[in-house]
Design a protein around this ligand. Structure first.
Ligand SMILES: [Zn+2]
Length: 346
């Protein structure tokens, strides 16, 4: 399949490549820590950044058991912890790097007091100081390696299709959502395997969670199980408008209300900043059962899924605007947490 990529110069504050993220973290992180949390199916490192002290409280009960006893706090240990805890991961679908770009700007703010554009954001910084924050900027590096660009800004939907979802050997596009009908995908039958999938041909969002689980999925489960965060944010991107996506199917009614409240305040502030989010806030619980549900059940963390815009030609967004969307998203989630403690989410 012939695709025509448009030349777009990415700004220096846009760091999304495997090498770029690694180099940035190795050079610029002093306050937080960086470590290798695991490896992908293709043997690539999954890096994790952590900010704020880890509170090692004992684990004396499973989440399921504490939940059934109507005392989830016995598992989360929230009343004993000094700080709130937030877990964020990006690019489980390898071409969805817009959240990664926002996260690197957040990390720079935490480390150096300004984002990568040199802008201060004392309100966000002050909120962040009340948290332990754990970030996996590129959670599915195999797909990221196959996406040979650093951004989709200014590209056609053909370029998006080619890299995100892929093209079969006979030149026909591998279409969403039909590629969900077989898993793993036969990786040798692709001219270009979509960045959605790891090197085993699996979309980790719909992994075989209780069978042949993929190393990327396993790494995320282990991290949230250890951290027991109050909230988990998964950063995705799509070719449409930005906005909070369908809440996890396994949430309680209270959890669902919380997601809707956070979505409403994120949207209100993005509208204020002229950032064109979805014009809807009444998010209803979906029937899809996804990685978010598994991470929620592994940790008790309120699961959020945000869709950044890719900024393709059909729905244009600049790199600068995409970073702003991310920083508003992170700030509103942290503000909500400081105001409510994410209490009563069960
Ligand atoms: Zn996605």
């Amino acid at each position: 399949m012939n695709i025509v990529e448009t030349f777009v110069q990415e700004p220096e504050y846009w760091i999304t490549s495997l090498d770029g993220v690694k180099e940035y973290l190795e050079k610029h992180v002093k306050k937080g820590t960086v470590s290798v949390a695991g490896n992908s199916a293709g043997g690539r490192e999954i890096l994790v950044y952590a900010y704020g002290e880890k509170e090692n409280l004992p684990q004396t009960v499973s989440f399921s058991s504490a939940f059934a006893a109507r005392k989830p706090e016995l598992y989360t240990r929230a009343p004993e912890r000094k700080k709130l805890s937030l877990f964020i991961y990006g690019a489980i679908h390898g071409a969805e790097v817009e959240g990664t770009a926002g996260l690197l700007n957040l990390i720079n703010l935490l480390e150096h007091g300004t984002d990568l554009r040199g802008r201060k954001n004392d309100a966000l910084l002050k909120l962040a100081e009340q948290y332990r924050i754990v970030i996996v900027p590129l959670s599915q590096p195999d797909g990221r390696a196959r996406f040979r660009r650093n951004s989709m800004v200014g590209q056609s939907l053909d370029v998006f299709q080619y890299y995100a979802h892929g093209v079969w050997n006979d030149g026909t596009p591998c279409k969403y959502p039909y590629h969900k009908e077989v898993m793993p995908l036969p990786v040798n039958e692709f001219e270009q395997l979509g960045a959605y999938f790891n090197d085993n041909g699996v979309n980790c969002q719909h992994d075989d969670f209780f069978g042949n689980i993929q190393p990327e999925t396993q790494t995320l489960i282990r991290l949230v199980h250890e951290e027991r965060p109050d909230c988990i944010l998964s950063c995705h991107s799509c070719e449409a408008d930005p906005g909070m996506s369908t809440p996890a199917a396994t949430l309680t009614d209270n959890g669902l209300r919380m997601v809707q409240q956070i979505a409403a305040s994120v949207m209100a502030n993005q509208i204020k900043a002229n950032l064109r989010p979805y014009h809807r806030v009444n998010l209803q619980q979906g029937r899809a059962f996804i990685l978010q549900d598994i991470l929620y059940m592994a940790s008790g963390g309120l699961p959020l899924l945000y869709e950044f815009p890719h900024g393709c030609v059909n729905i244009p967004f600049s790199h600068d605007e995409i970073i702003d969307l991310g920083l508003i998203l992170f700030e509103e989630i942290m503000k909500f947490g400081v105001e409510t403690g994410f209490k009563n989410r069960f």
